[in-house]
Design a protein around this ligand. Structure first.
Ligand SMILES: NC(=O)c1ccc[n+]([C@@H]2O[C@H](COP(=O)([O-])OP(=O)(O)OC[C@H]3O[C@@H](n4cnc5c(N)ncnc54)[C@H](O)[C@@H]3O)[C@@H](O)[C@H]2O)c1
Length: 453
C-alpha cells in the first residue's frame, strides 16, 4: 500500500511525502516527518496526547473551543494534570477538524455516554469519526479508544470512514481499536504503566499500532486477536467490577437486616487468599456505571437477555434510594421529623480524590432525600460548585455548619480520612447519625449513632 504523508514545513507550506507502508509511517512519526492527531481531549485524550507529544509531533483536536483555549494556556480543563505536564511537548491544540489534515495517524478518544433511556449514545463517536473521515487520506491509520460494545468499530465507524472519504478499509487506510484503561485520580498506575490492549484491521496494522503505543507505554502492549476481542475485553473489565460491587451492595442490604457490619464481614472473609476485594458503595462516573449498558444493548441485539448484568446494574442504580430510606428510617427511630432535620453530605464527586461529578450517585442521594428533608448541605473540597449547580440544580456550601442531625460521608476524599469523632460531634451532637457509606470511620465512632453500608 502506498500512502501519502504530509510534512508541515512552515505554517503555510505543506510538502507531501509518500510512505510505502505502515512501517515507513511509523518511522516518519518517529522522525517527525508525519504527525499523530488525538480527537477528543478529555480525561483520556489529553494525557495520551501529551504522552505522545514527548516522542512525536501531535495535533490535539477537540470540538470544544473553550477547552482548547485553556489547553493552549497549559491548563487541563479536567483538572487532572499540572501545567508542568504541558512543558516541552510538540503539540498543537486545534478546535477545527480541517486542522487535523496534516496528520496520518488518528486516535479517537471521545465520550461514549448513555442517553436518558440508558441506551448507548453514539453521537460523539459518530461525529468524531466523521471529522476524521473528512481529512482521511490514503495510507492513514485510525485507532479508536472510546469504550464501545463489541462490533461497534466495524459496524458504525468503518462505514462512516469509507462513505465520507471514498476510501476502502485495508486497501487505502487501516484501523485499530485500543481501549483506554486510565484511572483518573490514580497517581500510581499512570497511563504508561498500564498494559495497553491493541488490535488492528489486519496483521500489518496490528504490528504498527503496537509499535506506536510501545513508544509511550513502558508496561508494554497486549495484541488482541481481533478488534471485537479488544472491544469486549474493555467492557468486560468494567462489567466485572459492576457486578462484584452489586454483590457487595446486595450483601450490605442483607447484613443491615441481620445487624452485621458488612465491612467487618469482608475483612474476615478477605483473609482467604482467593477472596476478591470488592466493597459496597455508590457506582457513578462514566465507566463502570455506563459501560455495562453498552454490553446489555449488544446482548439484546444478539438475542440474549443479560440476566446477571441487568440485575447488577439495577442493584447499583438503586443504592442512592436505599441509603436515603435507611437514613429516613434512622430519623424516625430517633423521633426526628425529616422536614425539621438538618443533613450534611460530605463529597459529591463520583469517586474519591477527583473533581469529576459526571453521573454522581451522591447527587441522586441528595435528590431522594430532598423529597422529605428541607435542609441538605453538600460540601466537597474538589468539586466545582457552579458545575454541580449546572448539572444537578443545587450549589455546594462553602463550609459545613453545625447542629446536623445526619452527617453522610459519601466520598472518601483524602481530606476526610483523618477526621475523628470530635470533628463530627462539633458539627452534630450525641443524638446525631453518622452514615459512613464507605466504612472509613468504622471502629472510631463511640457516642454518635454510626451506620455504614
Ligand atoms: N475517564 C475515564 O476514566 C475513562 C477510562 C477509560 C476509558 N474511558 C473512555 O474513554 C472515552 C473518553 O472518555 P473521557 O472521560 O475522556 O471523556 P471526556 O468527556 O472527559 O472528554 C471527551 C472530550 O471529547 C470532546 N469531544 C466530544 N465530541 C467530540 C467530537 N465529535 N470531536 C472532537 N472532540 C469531541 C469533548 O469536548 C471532551 O473534551 C469514553 O469512551 C470513555 O468511556 C474513560
Amino acid at each position: 500500500m502506498i500512502g501519502l504523508t504530509t510534512k508541515q514545513k512552515s505554517s503555510t507550506t505543506i510538502e507531501v511525502i509518500q510512505h510505502k507502508n505502515g512501517f515507513e509511517l511509523f518511522e516518519n512519526l518517529m522522525n517527525r516527518k508525519a504527525s499523530l492527531a488525538i480527537v477528543g481531549l478529555g480525561y483520556v485524550g489529553l494525557p495520551i496526547a501529551l504522552e505522545f507529544a514527548k516522542k512525536m509531533n501531535v495535533i490535539g483536536f477537540d470540538i470544544n473551543k473553550q477547552r482548547v483555549d485553556l489547553m493552549k494556556h497549559n491548563i487541563d480543563p479536567s483538572d487532572e494534570l499540572e501545567s508542568s505536564a504541558f512543558a516541552n511537548k510538540t503539540i498543537d491544540f486545534v478546535h477545527e477538524g480541517e486542522k487535523m489534515a496534516s496528520a496520518q495517524f488518528y486516535i479517537v478518544a471521545v465520550p461514549t455516554p448513555i442517553d436518558a433511556f440508558k441506551m448507548p449514545d453514539l453521537g460523539p463517536l459518530k461525529g468524531a469519526t466523521k471529522s476524521v473521515a473528512n481529512v482521511l487520506k490514503k495510507g492513514d491509520y485510525v485507532v479508536f479508544e472510546s469504550t464501545v460494545y463489541p462490533g461497534c468499530t466495524d459496524e458504525i465507524c468503518v462505514p462512516i470512514l469509507e462513505e465520507v472519504s471514498g476510501l476502502k478499509l485495508n486497501k487505502d487506510f487501516k484501523i485499530g481499536y485500543s481501549p483506554e484503561r486510565i484511572n483518573p485520580g490514580d497517581k500510581k498506575n499512570t497511563i504508561d504503566k498500564i498494559v495497553k490492549i491493541v488490535s488492528g484491521s489486519d496483521s500489518e496494522s496490528l504490528d504498527i499500532i503496537a509499535e506506536v503505543y510501545k513508544t509511550i507505554i513502558t508496561a508494554g502492549v497486549h495484541k488482541a486477536t481481533t478488534i471485537k476481542v479488544a472491544e469486549a475485553a474493555k467492557i468486560v473489565e468494567n462489567t466485572q467490577r459492576d457486578i462484584n460491587i452489586a454483590l457487595m451492595n446486595e450483601l450490605s442490604q442483607i447484613f443491615e437486616k441481620a445487624g452485621i457490619n458488612t465491612f467487618d464481614v469482608l475483612e474476615a472473609a478477605g483473609t482467604k487468599w482467593n477472596f476478591l476485594k470488592f466493597y459496597p458503595g455508590l457506582v457513578g462516573g462514566h465507566c463502570i456505571g455506563v459501560d455495562p449498558y453498552y454490553l446489555m444493548q449488544r446482548s439484546l441485539n444478539l438475542g440474549h437477555y443479560p440476566t446477571l448484568i441487568t440485575a447488577g446494574r439495577k442493584i447499583n442504580d438503586d443504592m442512592p434510594s436505599k441509603i436515603a430510606q435507611n437514613i429516613l428510617e434512622e430519623l424516625k427511630n430517633k423521633g426526628k421529623l425529616p422536614t425539621e432535620s438538618k443533613i450534611l453530605i460530605m463529597g459529591v464527586t463520583f469517586k474519591e480524590n477527583v473533581t469529576d461529578i459526571r453521573n454522581s450517585k451522591v447527587a441522586d442521594l441528595v435528590q431522594c432525600l430532598s423529597k422529605y428533608c428541607k435542609t441538605i448541605d453538600v460540601v466537597d473540597p474538589l468539586a466545582d460548585s457552579d458545575d454541580v449547580k449546572k448539572h444537578y440544580g443545587f450549589k455546594l456550601k462553602e463550609k459545613s455548619s453545625s447542629n446536623y442531625d445526619v452527617i453522610v460521608c459519601a466520598v472518601s476524599h483524602n481530606e476526610y480520612l483523618n477526621l475523628k469523632e470530635e470533628d463530627f460531634l462539633s458539627m452534630s451532637d450525641k443524638t446525631g447519625l453518622l452514615f459512613d457509606i464507605k466504612g472509613v470511620y468504622r471502629g472510631k465512632i463511640k457516642t454518635m449513632t454510626y451506620k455504614s453500608l
